[in-house]
Design a protein around this ligand. Structure first.
Ligand code: ISC
Length: 368
């Protein structure tokens, strides 16, 4: 059980004010989070995925690598596991916290819909012309931060609400502060035994239940991701075992998921595997290189670390990295929330718009 008595978060919040580099994360199905804290000194900044092959630390990588968004690696100088022990490390106090109670949002604003509609038309054209098979269109929403907003309280709320997700809060001077609750594994494993997933297709829950059928658009959208993963791994002569697709819950949403298992003779090859897989068509498109370029040129904003990846890497131990979805960037005055969805030639603008609103609810729900 995640304790209900954690009420003061000032220790963790003050790490952000002090510009300390740290990550707090909870793996799916776990009750106790882990704090990774760098004691000082320079941040690790990597310029290529392959540099991850021999590294250890908490990684935050962007959607698209460039000068302004490097791969950030937070050194695990101090590692503390469990709410109690983290409270000790970050000097939790025991006074009450009323953080986050007044944040107000407007998601249905006409100008937001208008901007999305415009981008949708730009994206749907090459899809209908057959230039792309799939393109993921995303958007961001800014919300004013109230003075009481506590990132640590929001993290705690997410841990209590999203037991199946990878929940994290991290900060570094290079990346700023990010918080998320993502359902999508990019890569996990150790000693050459690896897992990944193809997660795509979205429907809201029906009542509290998973939907029992999927339309062709959602099935195809997910199958494209599964086929891509298989063909990328095959190109490196890696044999894959697969299971699925099946329906899974992510917050108040359902997705289709196929699970993959595979082995590599080289145990220190996480960076090579990331280079093969990232960005998958769950967040980018097909063909990959052209889709990435198209998104950069036409989406109308910089995704930064949204739809990149985050998590722990350890060349000699366990690795758990997730696609950075259902997340927000916590700025000085604003919270910036992100959501996207896969478009095919058959996509409908209003359905896709609603889907991004539903995905934004994942973060909005923990601010209330
Ligand atoms: C791009 C996002 O979700 C991806 C993961 C699952 C389902 C998706 C979809 O149905 O479009 C997306 O591919 C997002 O949450 O911003």
């Amino acid at each position: 059980m995640i304790p209900s008595e954690v009420t003061n978060f000032s220790g963790i919040d003050s790490l952000i004010h002090q510009q300390r580099s740290f990550a707090l994360y909870l793996l799916p199905g776990n009750n106790e989070p882990t704090l990774v804290l760098q004691e000082g000194g320079d941040m690790g900044q990597l310029k290529s995925y392959t540099e991850l092959n021999d590294k250890k630390g908490f990684v935050l990588a962007p959607f698209c690598l460039n000068e302004s968004h490097p791969i950030v690696l937070i050194r695990a100088d101090i590692v503390s596991v469990g709410w109690k022990s983290i409270a000790g490390v970050t000097s939790f106090q025991s006074s009450a916290c009323s953080a986050n109670k007044e944040t107000v949002f407007m998601l249905d604003k006409e100008d937001l819909y208008y901007a999305y509609n415009k981008s949708f038309n730009v994206f749907i054209k090459p899809l209908r012309e057959g230039i792309f098979e799939k393109l993921v269109l995303s958007r961001k929403v800014n919300i004013k931060k109230t003075s009481e907003f506590s990132p640590a309280k929001a993290f705690y709320n997410a841990c209590r609400r999203y037991k199946r997700a990878f929940v994290y809060l991290c900060h570094s001077p290079q990346s700023g502060t990010w918080l998320g609750s993502t359902p999508e594994l990019l890569l996990s494993g150790q000693l050459g035994h690896w897992n990944t997933v193809a997660l795509a297709g979205t429907q809201p829950l029906i009542g509290n239940n998973l939907p029992d059928s999927w339309n062709d658009k959602n099935r195809k959208e997910q199958a494209l991701v599964a086929d891509y993963i298989k063909s990328q791994l095959a190109s490196a002569n890696i044999d894959v075992l697969e299971d699925g697709p099946f329906t899974v819950q992510a917050g108040d949403l359902a997705h289709l998921k196929t699970e993959f298992r595979f082995e590599t003779a080289d145990r220190r090859c996480l960076g090579n595997l990331v280079e093969l897989l990232h960005p998958t068509p769950a967040i980018c498109g097909l063909p990959r290189k052209e889709a990435l370029q198209f998104i950069k040129e036409n989406e109308g904003y910089d995704r930064s670390y949204y739809s990149g990846f985050i998590g722990m890497v350890d060349a000699d131990g366990r690795n758990d990295i997730y696609v950075n979805l259902r997340c927000m960037n916590i700025g000085e005055n604003d919270l910036t929330l992100f959501a996207g969805g896969g478009l095919l030639d058959s996509s409908d603008v209003d359905q896709e718009w609603e889907e991004t609103n539903d995905k934004l609810q994942t973060m909005l729900a923990i601010l209330k």
